[in-house]
Ligand binder design. Sequence first.
Ligand code: SAM
Length: 315
Amino acid sequence: MRIIIPPIKSQGIKTKLVPWIRALVPNVTRRWIEPFLGTGVVAVNSGFRQALLSDSNPHIIRFYKYIQKGKITPSTVREYLESEGEKLRKAANNGYNHFTFIKNRFNREHDPLDFLFLTRAGFNGMMRFNQKGEWNIPFCQKPERFSKSYITKIVNQVHDVACLIQPEWIFLNKSFEAVIPEATEDDIIYCDPPYSGRYVDYYNGWTEDNEYRLFELLSTTRARFILSTWHHNDYRKNEMVHKYWRHFNIVTRDHFYHSGGKIENRRSIVEALVFNFPAYIQEHNHGIEPKLEQLVLCEEREKYITRQLNRAGVV
Ligand SMILES: C[S@@+](CC[C@H](N)C(=O)[O-])C[C@H]1O[C@@H](n2cnc3c(N)ncnc32)[C@H](O)[C@@H]1O
């Protein structure tokens, strides 16, 4: 299965879990509902014609709405990154002055292209906002960040997501409490909330009260749902699983990562998917990549190009 990688970056991106999540998705006829959209990697790979996608972070939602409306296209992104990338290369303090210029402009004006710039020129592909809701990740210290090949990679990612985002998809900047009640029995809800007890920022405060409210809403929904969470790591268990989520079906999977470059820093976490429907899936380490049919990218690409041409009045 080819996974489409979105152009915006964030810690906690679920790229590696997409095949596992997709293998669990039941046969529902209506919508994909995702109240914690994040980078959008799960949604754009969901293969659904109809979707309701939401996040409390307005910058993410604005970015995807601009792509959907054709206000951001592969060519506007190329033009923008070539121009700003050149200024970054030439800026004083090893590029730092131009990074700061874009950061300040973004904090004032909230331009989605500046948002894209910051997610790609910030340290370690992280996204974080301070208590005033301002961008809070430092410069990656690479003035040559936007090389020709890196720009092409981002432009292709914009192109790919633009092909997959359907005109019918609805993007909302709302809290999960306003979104989950919208679901009907023909929908599937995929939830990937911030993990409780992990990092907190302006858009990612997550308390046990939030977890309980999510549990209440998912317990009473008529839709089917899948929830991503962590089960345990080398040191502790996720108490929320025992307190709330054990009332549903749970499958788990080992995930290894490195904190730092050294082999002895290899850590593991067991990821969990909680769901409220029957499924034929291995309980632990569903390790074999399912042979899912490829997303019909060519067909979607053609439609996207036709939409762009229609907009420009060419056909
Ligand atoms: C773990 S991330 C989702 C990551 C996403 N699945 C991905 O792969 O990129 C959680 C997201 O939930 C959003 N969020 C936090 N609190 C929220 C709330 N109360 N309602 C809606 N979204 C919220 C955050 O802004 C963040 O984008």
